[in-house]
Design a protein around this ligand. Structure first.
Ligand SMILES: Nc1ncnc2c1ncn2[C@@H]1O[C@H](COP(=O)(O)OP(=O)(O)OP(=O)(O)O)[C@@H](O)[C@H]1O
Length: 232
């Protein structure tokens, strides 16, 4: 589904990402972890062609993301609030996306119904602008928007950050349900080792732009990561 070949990103101060090869198959829940500045967001931004790689390329279903538009209708993402239209209310924003994606009103309603508990009565029909939402509620709008239109691939940067504990649990259930019913491929970065190991089939650990672990055995993931992140 996603192939990375000889990928490098270099800024004036040095190379921040160096991935010779990485392959993420269809339906995988791929977790990305690493300390601050490890390169997680940079990798996601390159995959979405928001930042151009210095060398190498990313392909989605064979399409080179920096050279083609064919992958865009297959991919949903929420990296940060810059991806939202903050001068709209959430209702107006979802309606705008409905028109862009050419989704029926019923399908949008069904989609938003799935997020009823997750929204906890704070998001829809409140006449509040996105710019005035709390950080957690803003994240909920972005996550629901990223999953709109049944994308085959969904990228979420730090989806658990700023969510209250109940919302974190609801989000895990939503992701697992999408995975189960639609076989969605998820790429999720997180500093929460418990959540990420619970939902992901595979965890890649980045350190200063390099892949230093590629963990696929669920029974030992959390111990391996705990050992790496242990301070002492
Ligand atoms: N536009 C830029 N110009 C220069 N350096 C940049 C730029 N964008 C990112 N970097 C650098 O690239 C490195 C990787 O940053 P990135 O945001 O990808 O890390 P991260 O793993 O997502 O970190 P965090 O956990 O803090 O979100 C950092 O050293 C950062 O300072």
């Amino acid at each position: 589904m996603i192939q990375i070949h000889s990928l490098k990103k270099t800024y004036a101060h040095g190379t921040v990402l160096d991935i010779p090869a990485l392959s993420i198959p269809l339906s995988e829940c791929f977790g990305l972890v690493g300390n601050n500045g490890a390169g997680k967001t940079t990798l996601f931004r390159i995959i979405l062609d928001l930042v151009r790689a210095t060398e190498g390329e990313v392909t989605i279903d064979g399409a080179v993301v920096a050279q083609s538009e064919h992958w865009k209708h297959k991919v949903g993402a929420f990296l940060d609030e810059h991806m939202l239209l903050s001068y709209l209310t959430p209702d107006e924003y979802f309606e705008a996306l409905r028109k862009i994606y050419r989704i029926s009103k019923d399908d949008l309603g069904n989609h938003l119904d799935k997020f009823g508990e997750f929204f906890n009565g704070e998001i829809l029909q409140r006449k509040k602008y996105i710019r005035d939402l709390s950080k957690g509620n803003l994240k909920k709008v972005g996550i629901a928007a990223a999953l709109l239109g049944d994308p085959e691939v969904v990228l979420l940067d730090e989806p658990f950050e700023n969510l209250d504990p109940s919302s974190q649990i609801r989000l895990k259930k939503l992701i697992l349900a999408e995975k189960e019913t639609r076989k969605t491929t998820f790429l999720i970065s997180s500093h929460d080792l418990n959540h990420i190991t619970e939902i992901c089939d595979r965890i890649v650990l980045l350190e200063k732009g390099l892949i230093i672990k590629d963990l696929k055995d669920k029974s030992t993931m959390i111990q391996e990561l705990d050992a790496y992140f242990q301070v002492g």
